[in-house]
Design a protein around this ligand. Structure first.
Ligand code: C2E
Ligand code: CA
Ligand code: CA
Length: 666
């Protein structure tokens, strides 16, 4: 404490006590004080002092050395010269001095520890005498504020003056509470002498006299700045997106959960917008990630400028943003969605280049009050996919029809998890032909699934399998099934031709994909030349990741076919970058060729490209004789209902045998 040296008292008392005890001990005993008795009195004090500094062990050693010196110098009698009375007295004396010494040593260490605590520069004790209004502090107090003790003595109110103005009220309230006898714990900011804003925690306990009047308050203050900073940093990491500075998904979800409770209580409408930018991936891939990052920062800024202060915008992940708007009706929300689309459609300037990135927006409103944050976000996400399906740069509200669709998807997802285990999967085969000669040149394996909900078309369950990752085990199941069937065809005497298996991009990108293909081929003892894998050009979006696997497949001798060719934007880049064995031209070309000359010219051009690069060209979806006639001028391959629908393996085998006969007579 700075006002008095109270903490020095125990040490002082120990010294006086030791002197008194030592002296009285020898006065009481009958050793003559002038000679030996004096030496013993001095030794007892010295031994006590030694054990005070060196503990019990130190004291003992010192005693032995001292006695040795006395004996050698003949200052005291040797033990056998001593009377039993005297040696007994001396042993007691030694015992007392050692005890006193070690006790003192204890007091000393305690004191040193306490002193350390008092001088600590992030913790300090204070006392406030209410009657005299005097404040007493422990030594470290001034250090917390970065000033000298003297400064505090000159200005005892300094601690209050340096409190952050916004937090002053917290202290004034606490003082009132303390005066009325309540304990308080408060946290506030203050200005350190170096100008830095730091954080303090102050815990106070008031004491009352017998009449119940508060006379004194004791407290302890902690400088908790480092702890607060660490918490803030954690908070930043947990709740904010480091790129855009917007709150992140976690934060949004927590906030939305609370907002939903309030909205329900006051019957207020609340809408979540899920915004995805349509061509962000391509911008990232073509202009680089740092350009992509800059774009996201600008998008975040633009979104904030469109929204009201009270609306919340958050970054979900990648190019997906979430917006929460409260208290607006559906017309107003629609207007807002339109405004976002309009403003987001003007170009962004990145490194001097103008870029356009259009948004697709899904909106969900808390119509039935049962949805939690996760459900509402999921609905908005779902509606966003519809906005994309409807041609992108668009918005879509979540509605009842979507609700049904989403529920069905969720049920299918649970069923799909068990599909392999329950033996619900099977494959159909659809033959491929040389259009000119009618000879079978291959067949495509098409997956079928029949579960408790009936037959589910692949266009419905494949996306669910892709989204959930189930496509990996399912895709592997198809691959193995196809290889077994290749062996079976051979055993049953069918002409050997390659079988094509559809591979989803997610499957192609798994790191051990090539190993898996190789293992299955060798397990089933199938020649790799009899296997073709159909990949779609979405693989090209991940070209860098997929490229090695595509090359490795070709090195294995497995054929690679580019499915649905011509409908995506990167079809040509794909064949420019990798050698491909086969192009499968999307059936939309054929469908439109007979009615639209432009499409027909395009189809012819694509066929020419395929031939120029020495790639087999397969036309999908041949349904009519006219189509065959239109195509038979070219050296082409075809597949479609005109020849055969995809059929189960038994039927397919019979079909093939009949087809050979037909081909021979052709
Ligand atoms: P895809 O790879 O383009 O397969 C061709 C689809 O067109 C098949 O639909 C087939 O039944 C249909 N088709 C064939 N000929 C004609 C025709 O003349 N007219 C018409 N309108 N359609 C015809 P399916 O079997 O419903 O499969 C749909 C899609 O599901 C496939 O499109 C493929 O992308 C995917 N898929 C099917 N099986 C698998 C699989 O094992 N793995 C993966 N990843 N995807 C698969
Ligand atoms: Ca296919
Ligand atoms: Ca296709």
């Amino acid at each position: 404490m700075t006002k008095h040296g109270l903490n020095k008292i125990p040490l002082l008392m120990w010294i006086i006590g030791t002197l008194v005890i030592a002296a009285s001990f020898y006065i009481e005993t009958n050793i003559p004080l002038e000679t030996e008795g004096l030496y013993w009195t001095v030794s007892i004090i010295l031994v006590a002092l030694f054990s005070y500094f060196g503990g019990l062990f130190g004291g003992l050693i010192f005693f032995m050395i001292l006695s040795g010196i006395y004996l050698v110098m003949g200052l005291i009698s040797t033990p056998n010269e001593l009377s039993t009375d005297n040696s007994f007295t001396q042993v007691i004396g030694l015992f007392i001095s050692l005890s006193l010494g070690t006790l003192g040593s204890r007091i000393r260490t305690n004191e040193m520890q306490l002193n350390k605590l008092f001088k600590n520069n992030d913790i300090s004790f204070w006392t406030w005498d209410i009657e005299t209004d005097d404040h007493t502090y422990s030594e470290g107090y001034a250090a917390i504020y970065g000033v000298s003790i003297g400064t505090f003595r000159d200005n005892p109110d300094l601690w209050l003056e340096v409190v952050h103005p916004e937090d002053k009220q917290i202290i004034l309230n606490a003082l009132e509470q303390q005066k009325s006898g309540k304990k308080t714990t408060i946290t506030y900011r203050f200005f350190h002498s170096n100008g830095e804003i730091r954080w303090m925690q102050d815990r106070a306990t008031p004491y009352m006299d017998k009449k119940g009047v508060v006379t004194r308050v004791d407290g302890v203050i902690f400088d908790i700045t480092e702890q607060v900073k660490a918490e803030q940093k954690m908070n930043q990491l947990i709740h904010y997106d480091s790129l855009t500075g917007l709150t992140n998904r976690n934060w949004f979800q927590n906030y939305l959960d609370t907002a939903l409770i309030t909205a329900k209580k006051y019957s207020r409408s609340l809408a979540v917008m899920f915004i995805d930018f349509d061509n962000f991936k391509r911008i990232n891939d073509t202009l680089g990630h740092s350009a992509g990052d800059q774009l996201l920062i600008q998008i975040a800024g633009r979104l904030k400028s469109i929204l009201r202060e009270s609306d919340v915008v958050s970054r979900q992940s990648g190019d997906e943003f979430l917006v929460l708007v409260e208290g607006r009706n559906s017309d107003e929300i629609e207007d807002l969605a339109k405004e976002i689309i309009l403003k987001m459609n003007s170009p962004y300037k990145i490194n001097g280049t103008e870029i356009i990135s259009t948004p697709s927006i899904g909106v969900s409103i808390n119509l039935d009050w049962e949805d939690d944050a996760e459900a509402l976000i999921k609905k908005a996400d779902f509606a966003m996919y519809l906005a994309k399906e409807n041609g992108k740069n668009n918005f879509h509200f979540y509605n009842d029809e979507l609700n049904q669709k989403m529920k069905r998807q969720m049920i299918l997802e649970t069923y799909l998890h068990k599909a392999i285990e329950n033996n619900e999967l099977s494959v159909h085969y659809q033959p491929q032909f040389d259009i000119a000669t009618f000879r079978i040149t291959g067949a495509e394996v098409l997956l079928r699934w029949e579960c408790g909900m009936g037959k589910i078309p692949p266009d419905e369950f494949i996306p669910i399998a892709e989204e959930t990752g189930l496509i990996i085990p399912i895709g592997e199941w198809v691959l193995r099934q196809a290889c077994r069937d290749i062996k079976r065809f051979k055993e049953n005497g069918l002409d050997s031709f390659p079988i094509s298996v559809n591979i989803s991009t997610r499957q192609l990108m798994t790191p051990n994909f090539i190993d898996r293909v190789q293992t299955i081929l060798s397990d089933e003892q199938v020649d790799s030349k009899l296997l073709t894998l159909e990949i779609t050009e979405s693989a090209f979006l991940y070209y860098e990741d997929a490229k090695d696997n595509i090359l490795a497949l070709r090195n294995l001798g497995v054929g690679v076919s580019l499915d649905d060719f011509g409908i995506g934007y990167s079809s040509l880049s794909m064949i420019r970058n990798i050698e491909i064995d086969e192009l499968k031209i999307d059936r939309s070309f054929l469908n439109d060729s007979l009615i639209n000359n432009r499409v027909r010219s395009l189809l012819e051009a694509i066929i020419q490209i395929g031939k120029k690069i020495n790639t087999k060209v397969v036309i999908e979806g041949i349904e009519t004789k006219e189509q065959i006639e239109m195509l038979s001028t070219h050296n082409l391959f075809g597949q479609g209902y005109y020849y055969s629908k995809p059929i189960p393996i038994d039927e397919f085998e019979v079909w093939c045998k009949n087809a050979y006969k037909k081909a021979k007579s052709f």
